[in-house]
Structure formats: structure tokens, C-alpha cells
Design a protein around this ligand. Sequence first.
Ligand code: SF4
Ligand code: SF4
Length: 426
Amino acid sequence: MRAVSSFDVMVKPRGAMCNLACEYCYYLPKEKLYPDGSFWMDDALLDTFTRQYIEAQDAPQVTFAWQGGEPLLMGLDFFRRAVELQERYRKPGMTISNALQTNGTLLDDDWCHFLKERCFLVGISIDGPREQHDAYRVDRGGKPTFERVMAGVEMLKKGGVQFNTLTCVHAANGDHPLAVYRFLRDRVGSSYMQFIPVVVHDTGPGRRGGDPVTRHSVRARQYGEFLKAIFDEWVRRDVGKVFVQTFDAALASWAGQSPGLCVYAETCGTAPVLEHNGDLYSCDHFVDPDHLLGNIAQTGIGTLARSERQRRFGLAKRDSLPQYCCECPVLFACNGGCPRNRFLRTPTGEPGLNYLCAGYRDFFTHVIPYMRSMVEELSAGRPAANIMLTMARKDAELQQRLAKARRNDPCPCGSGRKFKHCHGRR
Ligand code: SF4
Ligand code: SF4
């Protein structure tokens, strides 16, 4: 890994403060790191951060990524000031963009007017249709939030604000991939989706069955099946129209490019997190005293983000892989997943295997022929979406063979099962 030239900071101007209390949230407990904290980024720090962040960038494009907790709790004036400062410190020729992740419940016309006017890209956190969303995404009184989130989505649409969706995959929606995907595509109108697995390591009484995770967590195989089911629909009808972050990352890996997503990259460490008081941490999933890089009021953000300590953090993702991963046929696409989830042992007893390994292996193996086909199209200068024509032809051929199959024949789909136990099952 070369020294980090450009880096993306995720900013949490209100720390872990949020108006909701989603049951699986990993960030709410971070409040305890600052027992006397105001959880409010003041104007002086916003000024310091904006200036340092822009100065430290080598690239002509800079993105400010606002997160929480719930960043809208800062109020509109904070963000008006943020873009004012961005304009003040912007270098000649530099393009600045803003991305904001929100639960959507506080959006109103004033917010949407501002977000549209200042070209913010808004990420809405939504876990699927009402039943799946409300399973864990509740407010501080334990009340469901689906209606309020959908009202926010309608506001964004009405105001013409560009938005995408972030869906946590967990125990309650993990068995409903197509319901979730179709809802996001057809009802929400999302054309860029992220599916983030909820994995919370727990060896205590809250653990799920024999698994070392909380009851909210998605199971490894469930996550693999979830991604596969959505992929199978996507590859037949939505390539080029709907962008699913994991599929984009996989296609990039098959094409020999960077996946653009730290979880599937060989090394990481290029997205530190800035807390409300100026503390900079290695990553959103490692906000703890061991991964505190320093405070930007004392040391410049560029120095901290490019420090030897942060470099080692990023390299450890690759260098701590167990042998089982090093010999894995889909290592180039998976890269062992996020170190945060590497708390299993391999079949030979080596520590450091990702909890989601079984799901990752299943998914990345499943997509091999499709990925190869799309890369072939792209290499020939044709759109990857051509795969949908290939799939339509193959599906029609399969239907013809299925129509002719007898009960005890091997199933023409190639599953290895008898027809009567596979596609011939009533
Ligand atoms: S620790 Fe995980 S989430 Fe953090 S940068 Fe590395 S891969 Fe990404
Ligand atoms: S699929 Fe499993 S074995 Fe293969 S690289 Fe990923 S975590 Fe490692």
C-alpha cells in the first residue's frame, strides 16, 4: 500500500446523537466515549476542519461525508455555514461535493430546498417494506419509524433531491431479499443501493443460537443467499439501471480494478472518522481509544490521516489474513472482508476468519460466470447490460428443457438434483 494521497473523512458533527434508537446500532454506545461531551461541532472546529481537509487533498475533487448519529440534528444553519466555509477555502479548479447519510425522519421543505440547491447527495437509511424496516428501526420510545422515513423520501422526491438508499441486512429482513429489493426499486425509487450486513459480535447471553453474534445479526449463509437472490433478479432486468454497491465492487474486482469499497479492498484505512470534538479515528468501525489517531486542533488532519499508524491499520487488513483466505479462489474479490468481523477460526483452527465467510464464498462463487460475461462485454467496448440479452436467451432455452424433463431426470438447471426435487417440484 502506498502512502495515502487522498482520503475521505466521515464527519459526525453531533457524534452518536440520534433521534432514533435502532436496536442494532453500533454507534449509539460511542456516546460513552465522551461522558461530558456536548456532541456539537462548534464553528471554530468546523472552520479548522474545512480548511485542513481541503488543504490536505491532492485530488481536484473533495467530498464531505456527513454522518451520525443523525447529522440533521445539527440544524440547517450549521450546513449553510459548512458550504460557506467550503467555498471560502476551495482551491482553484477544485470541485467540492457533499454527501449526507440520514434516517430521513427530520426532513422538511426547508431542508429539501437547501439540499437540492447545494446539490447534496442524500443517503436514506431504510431496511425494506414496513414489516422488515420496523423490526429494529424504532425511535427512542420504541415506536416504529417506517411512516416517517417514507414521508422523508416523498419530500426528497418532491424537492428533486438526489438520493440513494442504505439498507442494513439483519435477522428480520435477511430472508426477504426480493421483497426488500423490489420495494427499494419500485416503491422508494432507489437506483443506487447499499446492503450492509449487521454483524455484532456477542459471546454473552444476547447471542443468537450457537452463533457468536447478537440476535439482530444476519447469519453468514443468510447474507450470501440474500445477495444471490437480488443478483439473480438484477442481472436479468436491472443492469445499467440500478446500481448495487456490492455488485459494482465485484465487477470492478473481476475487471482487475479497485472495488472502491473498503470491505472488499486488499487494504483499507483511507476513510477515517472525525468526531464532533475534532478527534480523528482510524475507521467508523474502530472508534475506540486504541484507534484514536489524534485531535485535529493539535495535529493537522492530513498528518493524522497519512500517519504511519493509520498506514499500518490499513495494511493489517491484508497482512492478518489467515492461510485459509490466502488459498481461497475468490480472495481477489472478497479480500477477507472487514477486519471488524474476523472473529471465527478456520477449519484448521487459525484465528481471523470473517464471520460472513460462508456467505461471501457462496455469493462470489455464484456470480463468477456472470462477472466474466460482463467483463468480456466491457473489454469489447460493449455495455455490461448486454448480459441481460444473454440471460433472456438462456432462460428461454432452460424453459424449453424444463418442459421436456421427466420426474426422475436430472434437473436441466444443473443443480445436481432430480427434476422432481428441483424445478419439477409442485
Ligand atoms: S476496518 Fe472495515 S470498515 Fe474500516 S476501513 Fe477497514 S474494511 Fe473498511
Ligand atoms: S470467502 Fe472466506 S476464505 Fe475466501 S477470502 Fe473471503 S473470508 Fe476468506
